[in-house]
Structures are given as C-alpha cells and as structure tokens.
Ligand binder design. Structure first.
Ligand SMILES: Cc1cc2nc3c(=O)[nH]c(=O)nc-3n(C[C@H](O)[C@H](O)[C@H](O)COP(=O)(O)O)c2cc1C
Length: 276
C-alpha cells in the first residue's frame, strides 16, 4: 500500500475501455472487505458500485460530474451518517479503497463537490448520506485540457512545505526532516485533500503523535457537510499505512480535552511503541 501512496494522483480522464469483469469482481470484493472494517471512531460505512455490466437496467444512472470527469467506466461510493466523526471514518476507509485500486492500476478521484448528489437519493435509507464518490476506469495518460486546467488552478502537484505542517508539541518548533518519523509524516503530506487545502497539522510528543484540523474558514459552509473531516480521515489512513509498513506497533487513542495545539481542532492521537 505504501507504493500506492507515492503513485496515486487524481484521475479525471479515463480510457473508453470498459473494466474487465475480473477487475469488477476484485472491486466488489474490496468494497465488501472494507465494509467489515471500522474507522477510528467506529462508524460503519456501506459501499456501493455502479458499473454498467453489473447494474440492472432499471438502476443504470449516468452520473453528472459537471464535465470534470471524462469517460468514467463506473463509480464507487459509500453511505454513512452526516456527523463529523463518521466523516473522518469515511475518509479513512474510502482512502484505503482508493489506495488498493491504485495498486490494481485502476484510476480514481475523490469527488466530494463536483457530482450531482441528488442522483443518488434512490440508494439512501433514512439518515444516510453520501460524502463522496469516485469514478473508476483505466487511466488515460493524456489528460484533457480541462483536467490540466483544474490541476493548475488548485496546484494539485504541490504540497505545503513540511515545516508548516508538522511540529514538536512542546517546543512548537517544526519537525526536522531528519526526525525518525519524518518518512511517515511525508505520507501525510502526500494525501489528497478537497481543493488541495491540506488542512492537517500533526504534532509529536515523544512517542505520541497528535492529529489536528487546521480548518479553512468558510469552506465547509459552502457545502452541506464538513468536507475537511474527510481530509483528516485520509491523512490518518496514510500515516497508519506507514506505521504498518514500518512494523511500528501502535494504538489509536482519543484524548479529547487534554491535547491542545494553538487553536487547531484536535482529532486523535497515536501512541507508538517505538519510533523506528
Ligand atoms: C475529500 C475530497 C474531495 C474532493 N472533491 C473533488 C471534487 O469534487 N472534484 C474534483 O475534481 N476533485 C476533487 N478532489 C480531488 C482534489 O482536488 C485532489 O485530491 C487534490 O487537488 C490533490 O491532487 P492529487 O489527488 O492528484 O494529489 C477531492 C479530494 C478530496 C480528498
């Protein structure tokens, strides 16, 4: 999964080739397995796939993406409740699917804003909400002009500098790139985020790692939900993937009232048994 973090980028232009049945089967299996897992706040997510060869005629939908996505061969998405913690869990679980699809050479892009949400209403039961979906298909290397422009506008290839994201909890000094955990923080820095806002702050305190949300003002209020909670779930998934790849034993803890860093919103912490 670690390679997938380095290789993943948002794909908005797909080949016209339909997905192979064997790949669709793998995706269905992946969604089912991820449904059996939990996010850090223990909320359940139900995943779905809309893929032509598997979708009954009466349920076929052409998903509106406002021209942001070209030639999608299907869509995946998930349903949960619209609460801050459930959205973190959604981000965490859906990103694990995105990374697994990256390993299968299937292109994806998180869509939290530019899709017609109403088209999915028929899939929802009382209290359910779809935070985000992703098109799926094989990657067309030649991006459309539109895709190039989108990437340029949001500076999709860039990330905030390391020293503006990661800090020592006590001294408030930036973490140096030679810190033993720096390679895991780099995985956070590579995470996708809505409009590439990168609203994560991580602090280190000996063997504890604390995640905070550096909220972009007036951003969530543009949408019907707190989209930056998804970003935090995604970042936590990347960090944890790194811990597992480095075989560092850890526990996740939520120490709500005691962890404060400037005025950032505290999310959760990791306690590591060692740092290397
Ligand atoms: C929660 C979330 C929501 C997103 N929503 C959209 C969207 O509605 N439309 C879109 O074109 N891209 C969307 N993106 C993709 C981001 O713009 C993209 O991840 C970011 O620019 C970084 O580029 P990269 O994914 O290629 O690294 C979203 C990403 C995240 C994480």
């Amino acid at each position: 999964m670690l390679e997938a973090i380095y290789e993943r980028r948002s794909i908005r232009t797909f080949k016209k080739t339909p997905l192979k049945k064997s790949d669709v089967k793998k995706i269905i299996e992946l969604l089912k397995n991820t449904e059996a897992k939990h996010g850090p706040f223990n909320t359940a997510v139900k995943f779905f796939i809309l893929e032509d060869s598997f979708t009954p005629q009466d349920q076929k939908t052409k998903v509106g993406t406002y021209g942001f996505v070209k030639n999608p061969q299907g869509f995946i998405g998930g349903k949960t409740v619209n609460s801050f913690e459930a959205l973190i869990d959604f981000g965490y679980l859906f990103e694990s699917i995105i990374l697994a699809l990256t390993n299968l050479n299937i292109g994806t892009v998180w869509l939290g804003g530019t899709f017609k949400r109403k088209q999915f209403d028929h899939l929802l039961s009382e209290g359910e909400f779809i935070p985000a979906i992703s098109p799926i298909g094989y990657i067309e290397e030649k991006q459309t002009l539109r895709e190039k422009l989108i990437r340029k506008k949001i500076k999709a290839n860039q990330r905030k500098p390391f020293e503006t994201l990661f800090f020592d909890q006590n001294t408030e000094e930036p973490i140096s790139k030679s810190h033993p955990l720096a390679h895991l923080l780099e995985l956070v820095q590579l995470a996708p985020s809505a409009s590439n806002k990168q609203p994560w702050i991580v602090t280190l305190d000996h063997h504890a790692v604390h995640f905070f949300l550096n909220r972009t003002s007036n951003y969530a209020s543009m949408l019907s939900y707190d989209i930056q909670a998804l970003d935090l779930g995604i970042a936590i998934q990347h960090f944890e993937t790194g811990l597992m790849a480095s075989s560092i034993p850890y526990t996740r803890v939520h120490i709500k009232d005691t962890i404060v860093f400037k005025d950032y919103q505290y999310i959760l912490s990791f306690r590591l048994e060692r740092t290397s």
